[in-house]
Design a protein. Structure first.
Length: 266
């Protein structure tokens, strides 16, 4: 059977983005999302999702590259700057040799526990903001240990596309997967993003869903003017939302006999 998870990243990035994701589940084809628990308003958004969209899959978007940590700065000095903020994307990559994995794992566990407190249940999967949990084998191992601890699946971005930052972890991923045996989709579609977030690209991706389970990543949401000043990926989110709400997407999925699922159904 062909199964498809359409996962919108960044739930909780702002209340408006969270609102858009819930709408895309109720009236569109988004089946799953992952929550950024280091943002103060996310816990309220999670509670809204549990109440308003109980069939929406909810995972944790492990964060190391945006905002402040859940734990106090003193507990995670190796992953934060002098102001107590997480390093941005490029400085984070440059700082990987200095990371203390026990601090990373403690922060990630705190983010997961914040989700459990808000949702009243464990996450149905783990992935990470900017794919940071895959940037080094040690980070991937820490994520796998937590996935095993909480008995939940993971995103697996190595299925069909390898970027420069992920290449070293990719080499070691077969051994790590054999050791931990996490559940994960068979294929990962990352193409629906930015200028590639179009109706034509989504149609092509849906047409290429094969046997087994595919995850298609997206970033939907409403975007207030204030958000455009704090995030470089802003207005395209509303375009993605409109495409995911278009009835044509569901019609095509049903025509091809594809079953929409969540990570909990792996």
């Amino acid at each position: 059977m062909k199964k498809l998870i359409i996962n919108s990243d960044d739930y909780g990035r702002s209340p408006e983005i969270s609102e858009g994701i819930r709408l895309a589940h109720r009236h569109g084809v988004v089946t799953s999302t992952t929550c950024m628990m280091n943002i103060p308003t996310t816990a309220d958004d999670v509670r809204l999702a549990v109440k308003e969209t109980p069939t929406l899959g909810l995972g944790v978007h492990l964060v190391l590259t945006m905002g402040k940590p859940v734990l106090k700065h003193e507990a995670v000095k190796s992953v934060t700057d002098a102001n107590g903020d997480f390093f941005k994307y490029t400085p984070f990559i440059e700082n990987i040799p200095n990371l203390k994995i026990e601090e990373v794992k403690a922060e990630w566990r705190a983010q997961i526990e914040a989700f459990v407190t808000a949702a009243g249940k464990k996450p149905d999967h783990l992935d990470s903001h900017h794919h940071s949990s895959y940037f080094a084998p040690e980070l991937f191992r820490a994520m796998l240990e937590l996935a095993k601890e909480y008995n939940c699946p993971i995103r697996y971005p190595f299925a069909n596309r390898i970027s420069g930052e992920l290449s070293e972890t990719y080499k070691q991923s077969p051994a790590l997967l054999k050791e931990f045996a996490p559940k994960h989709p068979d294929v990962f579609f990352v193409d629906f993003y930015d200028k590639q977030a179009t109706t034509d690209v989504l149609t092509e991706l849906i047409l290429n869903v094969g046997e087994g389970t595919t995850e298609l990543m997206c970033h939907v949401g409403f975007v207030p003017d204030a958000f455009t000043k704090e995030s470089i990926y802003n207005k395209p989110r509303q375009r993605e939302l409109g495409i995911m709400l278009d009835p044509a997407a569901r019609t095509l999925i049903e025509k091809l006999g594809i079953k929409l699922i969540t990570f909990a159904e792996l």
